[in-house]
Design a protein around this ligand. Structure first.
Ligand code: UD1
Ligand code: CA
Length: 463
């Protein structure tokens, strides 16, 4: 069965009280519509149309950037198109906007909203499988729940056959008592949908084109209607307010955390552990409380991360420890120790067994194996060899007001406390600087430089 998908995301989201289009509000670091895109990709939909309206340009731009290979977010979806619904005239009218793009392209059309990020791909796979095997004209996902959440009601006859869907605002008191609800998720026979949709008339209290009216129409035409009944209200949560946004965020975060724990990661306190969907973590790593792992972060095995670590788009090798530190866009090899209170900015590469202590900042620099930056230092635009010791208070003066200049430090160098390295400058292998040195000229290998400005006072190997 060839399947196409329509994701509805044109609505304003009035109750969010926001200028940002509702479907762009993040849930665990991803715009909420990303989850719908991921899900339709998991279902193997050949074609997907996202119906946009409110903030159409912004939604289109954001999603197109999500698709860009350099971005952190990349919905695994190949054939996404956009359709614009200029005026929000109801769900039937919204789906109609996808007709030109999809008519004749699939056997079935799967319809879902962009504001239901908790729907699980497995549930929707069952729905599309049921649709394929039953060959029904419409297959509906319904929910039996006590709280109606203002959803439409599924009206059935005495033989439990579906007769139609009635909106809460249009329902009679008897209909309001119905506990079976319409989730807004459907599979339609494609040819039938595209034909009948054009004939929908506006109805109801709001004079809208109701997609749901197609159910009664199918009944009148004696067509088969299938339902898949769920009792999991949590999964059907639609986000209309910021309160619901936080509910969804909590549930999604718990799902991610549970999956990690089941894969062999220890989370000391999942309630205060914030991990985004693309993050991977190796076995036996321990995540301490109040840790935020974002973007495309990858963490190896046997690490100890946190408490109070914020890591974005970084690769961390095995057996590392990162305490109370901020790490962004960095590559950290195995057995590195960071923090507390270190900041690693973009372009940092720490080789094996490096140690960065309190109040060390490193940016756009490579630090060789077993080098130490113990206390209060800024290392920017630098290349450090192996076994370098950077004394407390060392600063690479990398910026001359116009250009960023590099500092090169050879293997086994010892930089005395409070050294200023005025780049561009090179410190040769095994050289040393005295405490408080202001180095504005290259220091040859195996020599000791001291003073302001620093000068070489002796060779170290002919002492
Ligand atoms: C719809 C269903 C209702 C169901 C409920 C589940 C209809 C007539 N009713 O309610 O039976 O229980 O969903 O949430 O279909 N949208 C557009 N363009 C529009 C209108 C809506 O893109 O013109 C999008 C919204 O952005 C939203 C989704 O469709 O993502 C649902 O819209 P909403 O107004 O919340 O649903 P209802 O029509 O009230
Ligand atoms: Ca509506």
């Amino acid at each position: 069965m060839k399947l196409a998908a329509v994701i509805l995301a044109a609505g304003q989201g009035t109750r969010m009280k926001t200028r940002l289009p509702k479907v762009l509000h993040p849930v665990v670091g991803k715009p909420m519509v990303w989850y719908a895109l991921e899900t339709v990709a998991a279902l193997g939909c050949d074609q997907t149309v996202l119906v946009v309206g409110h903030g159409a340009d912004q939604v289109r731009d954001t999603i197109s950037n999500l698709q860009s290979p350099i971005s952190n977010f990349q919905p695994s979806i190949s054939t996404l198109q956009f359709a614009e619904q200029r005026e929000q005239r109801g769900t039937g009218h919204a789906v109609l906007q996808a007709r030109d793009a999809l008519r004749g392209k699939s056997d079935a059309v799967f319809i879902v909203y962009g504001d239901m990020p908790l729907l699980r791909a497995e549930t929707l796979k069952k729905l599309t499988d049921l649709h394929a095997s039953s060959r029904a004209t419409i297959t509906l996902l319904t929910l039996v729940a006590d709280d109606s959440m203002a959803f439409g009601r599924i009206v059935r006859d005495a033989n439990k056959r579906v007769l139609g869907i009635v909106e809460e605002r249009d329902a009679t008191p008897e209909q309001l008592a119905i506990r079976e609800l319409n989730c807004g998720v459907y599979c339609f026979d494609a040819a039938w949908l595209w034909d009948r949709l054009a004939h929908l008339q506006p109805t109801g209290a709001q004079n809208e084109y109701y997609l749901t009216d197609l159910v009664a129409l199918a009944v009148r035409e004696n067509r088969a209607i299938e339902t898949m009944v769920s009792r999991d209200a949590e999964e059907m949560l639609g986000i209309n307010t910021r309160v619901q946004l936080v509910q969804a965020e909590k549930i999604m975060r718990a799902r991610i955390n549970d999956a990690l724990m089941l894969s062999g990661v220890t989370l000391i306190d999942p309630a205060t552990t914030y991990i985004e969907p693309d993050v991977t973590i190796g076995e036996d790593t321990i995540i301490e409380p109040n840790t935020h792992l974002r973007g495309k972060t990858r963490i190896g095995a046997n690490c100890r991360i946190g408490p109070n670590a914020i890591i974005r788009d970084a690769q961390i090798g095995d057996e590392c420890a990162i305490v109370a530190s901020d790490v962004t866009e960095s590559i950290i090899e195995a057995r590195v120790q960071i923090g507390p209170f270190a900041r690693l900015r973009a372009g940092t590469h720490l080789a094996r067994a490096v140690r960065i202590g309190n109040f060390g900042e490193v940016k756009n620099s490579r630090v060789g194996e077993k080098s130490h930056i113990g206390h209060f230092s800024y290392v920017g635009d630098a290349d450090l060899g192996a076994r370098v010791n950077i004394g407390a208070g060392t600063i690479t003066c990398n910026y001359d007001g116009k250009r960023k200049n590099r500092t090169l430090i050879g293997d086994d160098v010892f930089i005395g406390s409070d050294t200023l390295l005025i780049a561009p400058v090179t410190i040769g292998a095994r050289a040393r600087t005295g405490a408080g040195a202001v180095v504005n000229k290259d220091v040859p290998a195996d020599s000791l430089a001291v003073g302001v400005p620093a000068r070489v006072i002796r060779k170290l190997n002919d002492k």
